[in-house]
Structures are given as structure tokens and as C-alpha cells.
Design a binder for this molecule. Structure first.
Ligand SMILES: Cc1cc2nc3c(=O)[nH]c(=O)nc-3n(C[C@H](O)[C@H](O)[C@H](O)COP(=O)(O)OP(=O)(O)OC[C@H]3O[C@@H](n4cnc5c(N)ncnc54)[C@H](O)[C@@H]3O)c2cc1C
Length: 425
């Protein structure tokens, strides 16, 4: 009880701190504009990947950079792809466009010339001999961009929806979401693989939207959400799904064969057979660390994540000008957007500190970075926070579109106005 009370007080204190953080986030680029000047040949700091980690690192850097430096953002996708609405928008129709918002809004307050944007993918990193500078080579054009510092924020990849979109444009992404909606709508026996957050949320949504369908969640672990979340949340998730009528099979794996497209059933490793005409894979996210692996094999952990120092540079001393943040990195914490943001802030500060010859600061995962909102069907959700000695699980209300409008606003946009989309049609 005392532990829970302490956690409540810590959470209230944190909420106040967040207000100060938001004020600082709004003021810093505006103050920086007073002193930053554009120069003819700035030194470039390349940010590869602009999702939660890279976009925030770019904003942080462009808000504090000394004159003479510039941020070059290189992002593969035309729009920011909001991962955490994907399970819901694979099920309910009419919100697909809200998962893809245009870039640049978040960088609108920074000084003119502090950044430039390239829509494209980094294909290769090349180190120059010497002090660790190098260049990136773009995948399609082969164009080379020299960097003084590089931020790798290439995140994770998955087999596709609901964990990642896979397509590069908003149009492609919306088509894919509608395809999933149709696949589920026309199915009778839906089986979801993986009882992480995506599997739990999507299983609840499917069963609540289509109570007449058989929905089974197959999870290899002994409890749901077992990576980094407390037992209280696992129990709440299980209770929530069972109350909706989802069948949850724990400690089980599906034996995948090549006939998945035309299947009628799936076989489990225990030999149990489950009827299935729609298989949804909520497993198999992997760190997207290929770029790092090529330039520095020793910076890749067994898990495939990029190994980083506490200062968020790659562990390989030859790569001391290469920083990494977000899902691509190996950290002892739940990997989510909050953590990606915190790492991005440390990366931005450290690059500017390195430029100024100052001692670098260290990233320490904070207890609250694992806080999460978990939906349990279309109408119920819980807010979860834990400091590892106690858990707080509070019922919350939410909209069908989840918090997509709030996210658009946070990133400097009017929900759901997409000038970029209007121009291209
Ligand atoms: C279904 C689901 C629900 C989630 N819900 C939540 C939640 O409620 N709250 C929360 O905090 N977190 C949530 N997460 C986790 C969160 O989405 C991730 O932790 C976060 O997206 C990590 O951000 P990132 O910037 O590291 O990488 P990613 O989001 O994976 O983005 C990587 C970016 O890099 C780009 N890129 C990749 N390779 C290249 C290249 N070679 N060149 C240029 N660009 C490249 C990609 O296009 C992409 O934009 C959820 C995740 C999933 C899958």
C-alpha cells in the first residue's frame, strides 16, 4: 500500500515536471533563432530515420546547434507513421488517414537554415579515416552526404501490419490498412500470434467489433505482455480479453507452413489444431540495424540491436561520431516512444556538447519511460505505470481514433489537415 502511495506521488510530481518540459520544448527553438545564422557551407549532422527517435533528435539538435552546423534529416517515408494506432485501424474503418501525418510541422519553430530534409533512404555508411567523420550514401540515387556526426534512428522492422506499415507513402499505407480491415471482416476464425501489446489490443478490438467471430490469441510466453511489464497488467489484459470472449492460449506456438494464404486451420506445437481463416502476426519485430552492422559488426548485439555506450555513441571507438536512439538500440528497458524521446534528447545534447568540447552526459532509463496505455477492446483501456516496486493500473476513457488528434497537435499540426496530401492529389 505504501509503495503504491509513493508511486502515486511520484507520478503526480512527474506530471508537473512534464509541464516544464513542454514549456522548454516550445521556448528553446524560439530563443535559438535569435543567435543562429545560416552560413554558406555548414557542417552536417545527419539524422537517419525520422520517427519518434530521429524526428525528436532532429528537433532537439536544430534547436540548440551552433552557427556553422546544420541538421540533414533523411527519412524513407513520405509521412510519419504512427505505430500505436495501427492495431485499431486494421480493424475499424474510416480513420486510416490519421495514422499518417505530414513531416516538418515539428520543425516549424526552428531557425531558418538549421535543417534540411531529404525523402529517401540511407543505403550505406562510410567512415573516413581519421577522427570518425564519414558519409552516408543514399539508396536509390547513390548521392553522398558527408557528416560530422550521424544519428542512427532507423527503429525496428516487422513483417508488416499491425506492427509496422511496410509501405513508404500515405496512400500505400491506407490501402494496406483497408486490406487488413477487409481480411478480418470477411473471416470467421481469426487467430492472432503474439501476446505483446499489439496482439492484446488487436485481439480485443476484433472480438468487440465482430462478436460473432471466433478470435484466438496464441502467445508463446506464460503470461501476456511479458517483456518489461508487471504481472498486474498481464492479469488485467487476460481478464479483459476473456471478458470479451477472446480465447487466449498461452505457452503455445503456431507451426507455420507455406499454406497460410489458403488456410482453414493452424496447428500448434502442442499438436492442438485451431480453426483459422485469418492469421494475424503480431510477432517478429526486429531492430533495423543493418546500416550499423555493415560499418561496425562489433556494435551489433546478439539480439540484433545496436550496442551503445551510456553516452549513446556506438560502442566501437572508431564510430565515436555515430550515435543511436530508439528501437534500434540495446537498452535495458521497455522500448517505446517515451524512451526513444529521452534518448533522442541525450543524443542532441551530446552532439552539441561534443562540438563544444564539453563532457558528454549519460542516458539512464527512467522508471516512467515504460508507462503505457493499453486498450482492452474498443471501449475500455487502462493507463499503466510501474517503478518496479509497485504498479498503478487506472481505467481510462478513449476515442475510437485513440489519441491520434493529440499526437498530430504535439507534432505541430492541425488534426487532420494534410497540406502535403492535398498538393499531391
Ligand atoms: C503496434 C504498436 C503499438 C505501440 N504502442 C505504443 C504506445 O502506445 N506508446 C509508446 O510509447 N510506444 C508504443 N509503441 C512502440 C513505439 O512505436 C516504438 O518504440 C517507436 O516507434 C520507436 O521509434 P523509433 O524512432 O526508434 O523507430 P521506428 O518507429 O521504427 O521508426 C524508424 C524510422 O526510420 C526510418 N528508416 C528506417 N530505415 C531507414 C533508412 N535506411 N533511411 C532512412 N530512413 C529509415 C523509417 O522509415 C521510420 O520512419 C508501439 C509499437 C507498436 C508496433
Amino acid at each position: 500500500m505504501l509503495r503504491t502511495l509513493l508511486l502515486i506521488l511520484k507520478t503526480l510530481h512527474l506530471t508537473l515536471q512534464q509541464v516544464t518540459t513542454h514549456i522548454a520544448l516550445a521556448l528553446t527553438p524560439r530563443l535559438h533563432r535569435l543567435t543562429y545564422h545560416t552560413v554558406r557551407d555548414p557542417k552536417d549532422i545527419v539524422v537517419s530515420g525520422a520517427s519518434f527517435a530521429g524526428y525528436h533528435a532532429a528537433r532537439g539538435l536544430a534547436s540548440i546547434l551552433p552557427t556553422g552546423y546544420r541538421v540533414v534529416v533523411i527519412e524513407r517515408n513520405s509521412h510519419f507513421q504512427l505505430t500505436w494506432v495501427l492495431p485499431r485501424f486494421c480493424v475499424v474503418a474510416g480513420h486510416e488517414h490519421k495514422a499518417f501525418f505530414p513531416y516538418r510541422g515539428y520543425l516549424a519553430p526552428v531557425a531558418e537554415g538549421a535543417y534540411t530534409w531529404i525523402t529517401g533512404a540511407v543505403g550505406r555508411i562510410v567512415l573516413e579515416s581519421g577522427a570518425g567523420e564519414g558519409k552516408v550514401v543514399l539508396e536509390e540515387s547513390g548521392k553522398e552526404i558527408a557528416f560530422e556526426y550521424l544519428v542512427v534512428a532507423t527503429g525496428a522492422v516487422a513483417a508488416g501490419l499491425p506492427s509496422r506499415v511496410g509501405g513508404k507513402t500515405k496512400e500505400e499505407g491506407m490501402v494496406m490498412l483497408r486490406g487488413e480491415q477487409e481480411r478480418i471482416r470477411t473471416a470467421r476464425d481469426v487467430v492472432l500470434l503474439g501476446g505483446g501489446a499489439a496482439g492484446v489490443e488487436m485481439a480485443g478490438d476484433v472480438k468487440e467489433r465482430y462478436p460473432e467471430k471466433n478470435v484466438t490469441l496464441v502467445h508463446s510466453g506464460e503470461r501476456l505482455l511479458n517483456r518489461g511489464y508487471g504481472e498486474g497488467l498481464s492479469r488485467r489484459a487476460l481478464d479483459g480479453l476473456q471478458a470479451l470472449g477472446v480465447k487466449v492460449l498461452m505457452g503455445e506456438r503456431v507451426v507455420i507452413d507455406d499454406q497460410l494464404e489458403r488456410m482453414e486451420e493452424v496447428k500448434l506445437e502442442s499438436d492442438q489444431v485451431v480453426k483459422c481463416d485469418c492469421l494475424i502476426k503480431c510477432v517478429g519485430q526486429r531492430p533495423n540495424s543493418g546500416l550499423v552492422g555493415e560499418v561496425s559488426p562489433s556494435s551489433i548485439a546478439e539480439s540484433g540491436h545496436s550496442r551503445i555506450c551510456p553516452t549513446l555513441q556506438l560502442v566501437d571507438k572508431a564510430c565515436s561520431r555515430i550515435y543511436a536512439a530508439g528501437d534500434v538500440t540495446e537498452v535495458d528497458a521497455v522500448q517505446n516512444a517515451r524512451g526513444a524521446f529521452q534518448q533522442a534528447e541525450v543524443v542532441a545534447r551530446n552532439i552539441v556538447r561534443a562540438i563544444k568540447g564539453k563532457t558528454l552526459v549519460e542516458y539512464q532509463p527512467k522508471w516512467w519511460e515504460g508507462a503505457t496505455k493499453l486498450t482492452l477492446g474498443l471501449k475500455k483501456s487502462v493507463m499503466y505505470v510501474s517503478d518496479r516496486s509497485a504498479e498503478l493500473i487506472l481505467p481510462t476513457k478513449g476515442k475510437e481514433e485513440l489519441d491520434s488528434a493529440r499526437v498530430w497537435k504535439f507534432f505541430g499540426l492541425k488534426p487532420f489537415v494534410d497540406a502535403q496530401e492535398e498538393k499531391s492529389t
